[in-house]
Design a protein around this ligand. Structure first.
Ligand SMILES: *Cc1c(COP(=O)(O)O)cnc(C)c1O
Length: 463
């Protein structure tokens, strides 16, 4: 049998072809040459495995295929996504989207130098936290604040600074895991303190804390079990009771509230979320929460509380390893300023806006999109139906929010295939597959993306 690979073009020959010459200009010589070699190797492997004679593509076919493939792989891995999952704080999709003022603040600060650690009024060295400490104290009623990379960092740093080498008392009902890689017992271990579990999974009483306190105790820790709920025969010790016990024994009480509601979310029908200012009000010494959950800001971990403890925390050497940059501080400040507005529409925090969208508004938008794509041959059915959005991101597990969705049934392809194509679109669209239909919840789709979504669906539907 004649060797079919005998006519395979050389790497140099391919690099001289039109499409690849262009790639070399836009990407770089080494990347394209490596791509060509890999492609030729794969082709040789395929040919050696093939049982019957394989037709070998021509040089120009190979060049075009390598160019297409390189173009695909040069697309950024981190790309914008239209979120049709209905999960408002989707950790895999970057949690809270930033609002206009936060985006502008980041753009403004990041392109040049900024007064990150310079007090412009005096010309003296300033503290990084000065950008946001005032407003964090104003919104939470705390005496002092610090900001780190995320709430996991906030927890680790706080425990390391206040209780390393000592015991930290936690209820067995609050030893949570969040998203796999965050497990409270492991975080505590890393911070150098010892976990002292008290109570049981479903019931913990004040006396359990009292009895556990001894010479070795460094702090009491309360954790909001944000992503699960114990129902039935259960009781836990309130923060106010823990504060009494802690302060009687001269111990700091740390409250990890998780999502960090700065306002009462019961206005959106979400009643399980502790409000940060209430924790401070009830006497918690340190309160910890994320910046990109219910705050609706950038990824960060926020520490607020008594000055004495916050000072101890920021002086710990780990603080430097966990500190945030100017972009985070700028986005956080601009987001927090939104909370000064009484009117939710004026605050320009997308998370709060999405939560406050009315059912009528959502249905109207779903109807409009359905009208545009319903007739396309690629869809055998396009329905507008009620559905339920979820907060996600480890917040409020038991509560769902009434919403409206588009339910798409493709005509000639499978629903998985439809989901694949939308996911690989530009921008990517992510939905949920339910009963053989692709469901897109309108609540988490930003209204400014409706037109783009219609364009993508029209392309797929063959309009
Ligand atoms: C989400 C959450 C965390 C982890 O916060 P990250 O900002 O993701 O690090 C920790 N504790 C609680 C209670 C949470 O809900």
């Amino acid at each position: 049998m004649p060797n079919p690979l005998r006519n395979l073009p050389s790497v140099n020959q391919l690099l001289e072809s039109e499409p690849l010459k262009k790639m070399v200009e836009t990407v770089n010589h080494n990347v394209v040459a490596d791509g060509v070699r890999t492609f030729l190797d794969d082709l040789r492997k395929q040919a050696s495995k093939a049982t019957e004679e394989m037709s070998i593509p021509t040089a120009s076919e190979i060049a075009t295929r390598v160019a297409d493939w390189l173009e695909q792989s040069e697309q950024p891995v981190l790309r914008p996504v239209i979120n049709g999952t209905g999960i408002l704080l989707h950790t895999g999709l970057g949690r809270a989207p930033l609002g206009g003022p936060a985006i502008e603040a980041v753009a403004d600060i990041s392109g040049g130098y900024a007064s990150v650690e310079l007090d412009l009024a005096t010309g003296n060295r300033g503290q990084r936290i000065q950008a946001v400490e005032g407003i964090l104290c104003e919104l939470t009623g705390a005496e002092a604040a610090a900001v780190v990379n995320n709430n996991a960092a906030a927890t680790m740093l706080t425990l390391a600074a206040l209780a390393a080498g000592q015991e930290v008392v936690v209820s067995r009902g609050e030893l949570i895991e969040i998203g796999g890689s965050y497990r409270l017992p492991d975080v505590m271990h890393c911070s150098g303190c010892r976990l002292r579990e008290v109570g049981t999974t479903n019931k913990t009483h004040p006396a359990d804390y009292e009895n556990a306190i001894g010479e070795d105790t460094g702090a009491l820790l309360k954790v909001h079990p944000s992503n699960f709920k114990v129902v039935g025969f259960s009781s836990s010790v309130s923060l106010a009771e823990m504060v009494q016990i802690g302060h009687r024994n001269n111990l700091p009480v740390i409250d990890d509230v998780g999502s960090g509601a700065l306002i009462d979310f019961s206005r959106f029908g979400l009643t399980d979320e502790p409000v940060v200012s209430e924790s401070i009000n009830q006497g918690a010494d340190v309160v910890l929460f994320s910046g990109d959950k219910l705050v609706g800001g950038p990824q960060c971990g926020i520490i607020v509380g008594k000055k004495k403890y916050v000072q101890q925390i920021v002086r710990h050497p780990l603080m430097r390893a966990m500190r945030v940059g100017k972009m985070t501080l700028a986005a956080l400040k601009a987001t927090l300023v939104g909370y000064r507005k009484q009117d939710l529409d004026a605050c320009e925090i997308p998370l709060l806006r999405m939560l406050s969208l009315s059912s009528e508004n959502l249905k109207l938008r779903a109807d409009k999109i359905a009208e545009q794509i319903g007739h396309l041959p690629g869809f055998s059915a396009v329905a507008v139906e009620p559905c339920q959005s979820m907060l996600g991101g480890g917040s409020v597990p038991a509560q769902q929010i009434e919403s409206w969705c588009l339910a798409l049934e493709p005509e000639a392809i499978s629903v998985d295939n439809l989901a694949d194509r939308l996911r690989q679109g530009d921008p990517a669209v992510i939905g949920r597959i339910q009963n053989d239909r692709l469901v897109l919840d309108v609540r988490t789709i930003q209204p400014k993306h409706d037109i783009e979504l219609i364009r993508l669906l029209t392309e797929l539907g063959g309009g």
